[in-house]
Design a protein around this ligand. Structure first.
Ligand code: PLP
Length: 296
């Protein structure tokens, strides 16, 4: 089955999906994005993702490319046309196409919108979560406004590649005081000896992860104690459990940090519990059911 992409108002074969060379996303990374998980035929937490998109757009003074409700429908349509029931929906909004010049182009420049979707191997993910993954720690070399989900991801790309080269799944970015901020594309968590969940506050310095927010709801529903505070690399290495959250990895156990095992080197019980209960606490928008109702 051939993949379909949405590009500025059209559903086109993925192979021939194109944007202009003077799209400001290409020229300046002048754009923002979202990635939603699709699980068991449902887009998860769409409302939270669109809320964060709204914030990212307004921080950069980029307009909505289409009405919010229309974008919600396009996400479903793209997932459905690509027959995705487990996978991802990706959307990107840039400031649009304009002659290359640093300041914002004229106000009538239309923001550009691209939406794609692809399936992921659910069984492979589940197998990975059974074993857990390794992370390395690296200095954070990103800009200050990491709270905006921009497409300017070069430091994240380099950190992820460094992790891969080291045989790890993720790089945890560490500030000058040795505090773990977040991963290159995930939020970072530990479980203390007392069974308390710890993750850094999302006021600044990290992206306010949607999976992080739903994991907080899930932890509350399970009656787990959680505290939002920074933790050091040393504390993480000595933790009872560690894990990371993102729409692409959901709740993924971390069993090695810089090559050393976390506790006994196996996914922890609280992490497993959280992973198991996550789906029940996420917002669920049916891909196929909605398509039948909403197809024009
Ligand atoms: N932190 C960073 C830097 C990210 O890029 C991401 C996701 O791409 C996350 C955290 C996790 O966010 P979410 O749970 O919304 O996927």
């Amino acid at each position: 089955m051939s993949r379909i992409a949405y590009v500025n108002g059209r559903y086109v074969p993925h192979q021939s999906a194109r944007v202009h060379v003077e799209d400001r996303g290409y020229q300046f990374s002048d754009g923002v994005y979202e990635v939603c998980e699709v699980s068991g035929g449902y887009i998860l937490d769409r409302t939270r993702h669109l809320d964060r998109l709204d914030r990212s757009l307004s921080e950069l003074a980029i307009g909505w490319p289409v009405e919010r409700a229309a974008l919600g429908r396009i996400m479903i349509e793209v997932a459905a046309r690509n027959r995705v029931s487990d996978g991802l929906v990706y959307l990107q909004v840039t400031r649009g196409v304009a002659r290359r010049d640093h300041p914002f182009p004229s106000a009538d420049t239309r923001p550009a919108l691209v939406v794609t979707a692809r399936s992921t191997d659910r069984a492979a993910f589940a197998a990975k979560a059974e074993e857990g993954v390794g992370v390395i720690t690296v200095p954070d070399t990103r800009w200050d406004r990491v709270d905006i989900k921009t497409i300017g991801l070069l430091p994240n790309v380099l950190a992820r590649q460094q992790a891969r080269d080291a045989g790890a799944a993720e790089a945890w970015l560490v500030d000058e005081d040795g505090i773990v901020l977040e991963g290159a594309a995930t939020n970072a968590w530990i479980v203390t000896g007392e069974g308390e969940l710890v993750t850094r506050p999302a006021v600044s310095g990290i992206l306010r992860g949607i999976t992080r927010a739903t994991a907080i709801d899930t932890a509350a529903a399970l009656g787990l104690t959680m505290v939002e505070r920074g933790f050091t690399v040393g504390e993480a290495k000595a933790a009872r459990e560690a894990f990371m959250t993102s729409a692409t990895s959901q709740v993924m156990p971390v069993v090695r940090i810089d090559g050393a095992p976390v506790a006994n080197g196996y996914p922890g019980e609280i992490t497993r519990q959280l992973r198991g209960a996550f789906f029940a606490h996420a917002e669920k928008i049916a891909v196929r059911g909605s398509l039948a109702l909403e197809k024009p």
